[in-house]
Design a binder for this molecule. Structure first.
Ligand SMILES: [Zn+2]
Length: 345
């Protein structure tokens, strides 16, 4: 096996991710302090990009809350921790979106609430996770209201979610909020380099908006070299023999979302440079401001940025991905040709 085929080392479970991710240290310690002091809230919402570990942290908190040793929770060795490790703890409940469904079913929410209201089987807490909570519809969320207003003794509800606005205010206001933030690049890079030295982690991290596990997932899926490959795109599109149609067909099948995200970042950087007065149409008559050609160029970039974002959103639907790419690549080729025309004129 060659060096480059060495597998990347991903955390083996969600729990392992929560246990070792440095960007989850602060929320972990916050929960541990609350448990040790006996003042853990009966309802928690964990808000952040799902890739950062909202589910993983929910799982970790469930273990900490159920652990038989509150002063060291989750200890990993008590009977409760061992039952959780085996996936057979009777007081840990979880519902999610069922396969081929778009939402968490209202019946599942009702069953969960009923179970949560039952007596603890091990004499401690009873913990219920709805993952992700933003996949409940309004009726589902409202079904939780009574539980939140009158939580049974020892009940703990944990709601991981990415889109906080999807949770009705009546629910959100009754939950303590734990916010997960994208870590500084240096933190994410250190975590990623610990998992494999072969990938262009900086480039991958930029593609996934700074969410380290998402960068790792891309590398594991075979896109470790994607940033380097994408960096050749502008030069390629300037070539007379460039073939955007053939490229669009190929890219539609290999990491289209990551490639569109790279293009978005590239355009955003050009807009930023243009606005800083470095646009090719910049003139000394308007120091600090781009000239008319530069302004047109920036407007063109904004249009292309919208198109690229639209294409990435359309990936979730039934759109023809190759034709989405074609439009973006032709638009990009045109934008790349423009500054030279502006200079010539
Ligand atoms: Zn334990």
């Amino acid at each position: 096996m060659s060096e480059s085929k060495k597998p990347f080392r991903a955390p083996s479970t969600e729990f392992a991710l929560a246990q070792d991710a440095p960007w989850l240290t602060a929320p972990r310690e916050q929960v541990q302090r609350a448990i040790a002091a006996g003042r853990l809230s009966h309802a928690l919402q964990i808000v952040g990009p799902s890739g950062l570990g909202t589910s993983a942290l929910a799982e970790w908190i469930a273990r900490a809350a159920l652990c038989d040793r509150p002063e060291a929770a989750p200890c990993g060795t008590c009977a409760s921790c061992r039952l959780l490790e085996a996936g057979s703890h009777p007081d840990r409940l979880r519902i999610a979106v069922r396969e081929d469904k778009q939402q968490v079913l209202i019946d599942d929410v009702r069953d969960l609430i009923e179970s949560l209201g039952l007596k603890s089987q091990r004499g401690g807490r009873r913990v219920a996770i709805v993952d992700p909570a933003d996949a409940m519809n309004v009726n589902g969320a409202n079904a939780l209201l009574k539980t939140l207003e009158e939580p049974g003794a020892g009940a703990l509800l944990i709601l991981p979610l990415a889109r906080a606005h999807r949770l009705p205010a009546t629910i959100a206001s009754r939950c303590q909020r734990i916010e997960l933030a994208v870590p500084p690049a240096a933190t994410g890079l250190a975590w990623l380099r610990d998992r494999g030295s072969e990938a262009d982690w900086e480039g991958l991290l930029a593609i996934v908006g700074g969410v380290p596990p998402d960068a790792l997932a891309l590398a594991e899926a075979g896109a470790a070299d994607l940033p380097r490959e994408m960096a050749e795109l502008p030069a390629y599109l300037r070539r007379p023999d460039a073939d955007p149609i053939q490229l669009a067909e190929r890219w539609a099948k290999h990491f289209p979302a990551a490639r569109l995200r790279w293009i978005e970042n590239w355009i955003t950087e050009r807009v930023r440079q243009g606005l800083a007065g470095a646009a090719p149409g910049h003139t000394t008559a308007n120091p600090g401001l781009p000239g008319a050609a530069g302004t047109r160029h920036i407007q063109g970039l904004y249009g292309l940025l919208d198109e690229t974002r639209g294409a990435r959103e359309a990936l979730h639907g039934s759109a023809n991905v190759a034709s989405l790419f074609e439009r973006v690549l032709f638009g990009l080729a045109e934008t790349l040709a423009e500054p030279r025309r502006a200079r010539a004129g």
